[in-house]
Design a protein around this ligand. Structure first.
Ligand SMILES: C[S@@+](CC[C@H](N)C(=O)[O-])C[C@H]1O[C@@H](n2cnc3c(N)ncnc32)[C@H](O)[C@@H]1O
Length: 277
């Protein structure tokens, strides 16, 4: 994956002509040293913005108070600006008209129209990542783009549009291990706002011990704190195939509950909501 990402990076940078085998072989020879360093040092970095389409109903379930967003494993922070994209569901649309990015997907159970009529206000947004991607540089944009495969033009186009939105007003991203950084973040909050701590496809990388510590930090934080998270495989209730379970804890009085199932990239959504048994 790193080698293919490296080849794609060189193509995006105009240093490799294309994917014909002769062209690839020529690039492998000419850029041998660069590719060796890239594959040795660069971890695979992705930020899948389509997941926002599956997360929005969960965020809207919490509407009422201003949001202070905290994203764990935020990568470049594209999903931290989810409220600046436009979304289409069977029951209606949500988000600003004229956003460069409009997201839709396969709705396996409808999202209630009432949910889509709610507004949210975001007063602060912060992300934490071990290796944040800096989108202010062309290198960062190429880096994030190169791990989306070149034969997936729709994903690349979504990424390009999301980068345009994030670059216009970038969220704050802190570098570090979120299990260590989160307590400081939760100790410094906007008064009157609901802290919404969320993550997608990041806690799967934690050991069981570190994950238990993370959940304890969230559970013991000063209220009000909500939690939205794709579950780890060892937490699955339903044995979802080809996707994740999404859980939501609206506040400190309630346990986290299964509210949806979604495709790995948010390409389909089966919304259940908080009221389902
Ligand atoms: C598969 S990517 C998902 C990125 C983003 N959440 C999304 O859904 O598009 C996982 C991200 O989590 C980050 N990550 C994993 N463990 C972490 C930790 N302990 N602290 C901070 N970031 C972490 C990685 O650096 C990577 O950017």
């Amino acid at each position: 994956m790193r080698l293919l990402g490296g080849l794609h990076y060189l193509m995006l940078a105009g240093r490799s002509p294309g994917w014909e085998w002769g062209e690839v072989r020529e690039t492998l020879g000419r850029e041998r040293d660069w590719l060796a360093a890239f594959t040795a040092g660069q971890t695979v970095q992705t930020n899948e913005v389509q997941r926002c389409w599956a997360l929005v109903p969960a965020f809207l379930s919490l509407a009422g108070r201003p949001f202070e967003l905290v994203e764990l494993g935020s990568s470049a922070g594209l999903n931290l600006v989810w409220d600046r994209y436009r979304y289409r569901y069977a029951g209606g649309s949500w988000g600003p008209d004229g956003s460069p990015l409009e997201l839709s997907g396969e709705e396996r159970r409808p999202v209630p129209a009432e949910l889509l009529s709610r507004d949210v206000e975001v007063v602060r947004r912060r992300g934490i990542d071990l290796e944040p991607v800096d989108l202010s540089s062309d290198d960062g944009v190429r880096l994030l783009s190169c791990f989306v495969w070149a034969d997936q033009p729709e994903r690349l186009e979504r990424l390009r549009a999301a980068i345009e939105v994030a670059r216009a007003d970038p969220p704050e991203i802190l570098r570090g291990d979120y299990v260590d950084v989160l307590p400081g973040i939760l100790a410094d909050r906007v008064s009157g706002a609901l802290a919404v701590v969320f993550q997608t496809v990041s806690t799967i990388y934690l050991s069981k011990e570190r994950y238990a510590e993370l959940r304890r930090i969230v559970d013991e934080a000063e209220p009000p704190v909500a939690w939205i998270s794709t579950r780890r495989l060892d937490e699955d209730e339903t044995g979802v195939e080809g996707g994740f379970e999404l859980e939501l804890r609206a506040d400190e009085r309630a346990p986290a509950r299964l509210v949806a199932r979604l495709g790995y990239h948010g390409q389909w959504l089966e919304w259940r909501g908080l009221r389902e048994p």
